[in-house]
Design a protein around this ligand. Structure first.
Ligand SMILES: *Cc1c(COP(=O)(O)O)cnc(C)c1O
Length: 459
């Protein structure tokens, strides 16, 4: 039983989960098929095996509820897991709320976010499958750093296509990737056919996550099987790997002697949200719990709350598979908001399907209100959050203020997906009054509809 004033709820190495939880086992409807971008028909394992090693393809389509975490992966997880669960007592006091606010802190990983939770197993499964090098994209640099960190342990070279604006705005993320041994290129590059085509049209193309994915996919697909591609979010196997967050949090809430009324995560592609929320969803669906699960996205890239639920390409060049998801259209070039990790045009198929089914909630928050929440958090709890994670903080504060209004003791748990120590340029812009709110225009949502692929599936 927790003492009255306990703040940190820690697990020992022995409590590190031995299994990942796969939400596909508990989905109310079977997942929509993944489609070949050239034909619009369901993909074959052969098509996927150009990009991914077989163990990850098997996890991608698995409906087994639990997948064993290999010992080699658990050994590396132990460098930073289990991560702490912290009660935000000073934040509660500053808000004068009767709510109890807890956060799971994933920023303690060596690369500073939750992303190593999937980078480590992805590097491991590639290594044992004979992959000689990995290609990937990165937006803000979090995913590239995580993969560079993880692949290094398995002596796998990494080629990172980094969105050009981030490459220019975030030189230190690039240096971090290079310190772990990765090669980093500003995308669009002249290393791929697609990149060369875009640069011929516009040498100043700022890049986007969709473009960088296209380049990384092309680099793997044209390598004669030597290189494979790694994706840091969206796919089922990624969200499965991230379930370690929620599995630990369940045990830690138990240590605190409480159970959350609401679990909150920010969403870019959906992986840190799925990671913390899905084990709680399982408890809702299988063990009679009734926790609200709230996904928080930027008003500037509102794929869940304003996007269309449809089959769309995963990337701009239409080389990556087509999946059914909430999308702003694969040609989406995001506004230059500072939460770089939340700028993807689509959303994880499982998050999308659960939102359609009414099993999770979503809200969009604006940039200025998000940075205001980030500073409130930094000045009460001491951690400067990643701008992405600050979206979850905004929503957690709003929940706590609602609880104050209604005089109710709400138990709030949110995922602090990363720290913001590499994002100080964004904080500087905010502190200097240079950030603006931006809302995604309704016409753009309409325009994206015309670009959706023709598909050949029933239902
Ligand atoms: C990448 C990233 C995100 C967004 O990605 P998800 O897959 O939605 O989790 C959120 N927070 C941080 C710190 C990130 O690095």
């Amino acid at each position: 039983m927790a003492s009255q004033d306990q703040t940190r709820f820690l697990l020992s190495e022995n409590d590190l989960p031995k299994f990942w939880y796969n939400v596909l086992a508990d989905m109310p409807t079977p997942p929509a098929p993944v489609l070949n971008p050239q034909t619009g028909a369901p993909v074959t394992p052969d098509f996927l095996s150009v990009l991914f090693p077989m163990p990850l393809i098997q996890q991608e389509v698995s409906t087994e509820r639990y997948i064993e975490i290999p010992e080699e992966v658990r050994e590396i997880y132990k460098l930073y897991r289990p991560t702490p669960l912290i009660r935000a007592r000073r934040l509660e006091k500053a808000l004068a709320t009767p709510a109890h606010i807890y956060f799971k802190y994933e920023g303690v990983s060596p690369s500073g976010s939750h992303k190593p939770n999937t980078a480590i197993p992805q590097a491991f499964y590639n290594k044992i499958s004979g992959t000689q090098a990995l290609t990937t994209e990165t937006g803000a640099g979090q995913w590239g750093s995580a993969l560079a960190f993880a692949a290094n342990f398995f002596d796998l070279p990494v080629e990172v296509y980094m969105v050009k604006v981030s490459y220019q705005q975030k030189p230190y993320r690039r240096v971090l990737m290079e310190s772990y041994g990765a090669q980093v290129y500003a995308s669009p590059t002249n290393r791929t056919q697609f990149g060369r085509q875009l640069l011929a049209q516009d040498p100043d193309n700022p890049g986007s996550l969709g473009i960088a994915i296209s380049e990384a996919v092309e680099a793997a697909a044209t390598s004669g099987g030597k290189k494979k591609y790694a994706l840091g979010s969206v796919l089922n196997h990624v969200l499965t790997h991230q379930s370690v967050i929620g599995e630990e949090a369940l045990k830690q809430m138990d240590l605190a002697g409480e159970y959350p009324d609401v679990v909150i995560g920010c969403v870019g592609g959906g992986s840190n949200f799925g990671g913390i929320a899905y084990p709680f969803l399982r408890e809702n669906l299988r063990n009679g719990r009734n926790t609200r699960l709230l996904a928080v996205e930027p008003a500037a890239t509102p794929s869940l709350t304003r996007g269309i639920y449809a089959f769309d390409y995963g990337d701009t060049a239409r080389m990556a598979p087509i999946v059914k998801m909430h999308t702003l259209g694969h040609r989406f070039i995001p506004p230059k908001i500072h939460a770089g990790g939340l700028r993807y045009h689509g959303m994880a198929p499982s998050v999308s399907a659960l939102y359609e089914a009414g099993l999770i909630e979503a809200v969009a928050v604006k940039q200025l209100a998000t940075f205001e929440a980030a500073l409130t958090f930094a000045r009460t709890e001491g951690i400067v959050p990643a701008p992405e994670s600050a979206h979850a903080i905004r929503a957690a504060i709003d929940e706590a203020l609602q609880a104050k209004e209604s005089g109710e003791k709400r138990v709030i748990l949110f995922n602090l997906s990363g720290h913001g120590n590499f994002d100080l340029a964004a904080y500087e812009a905010y502190l200097n009054g240079q950030l603006e709110d931006y809302e995604y225009p309704a016409e753009a949502v309409q325009a994206a509809l015309n670009e959706l692929p023709a598909v050949h599936v029933s239902g």
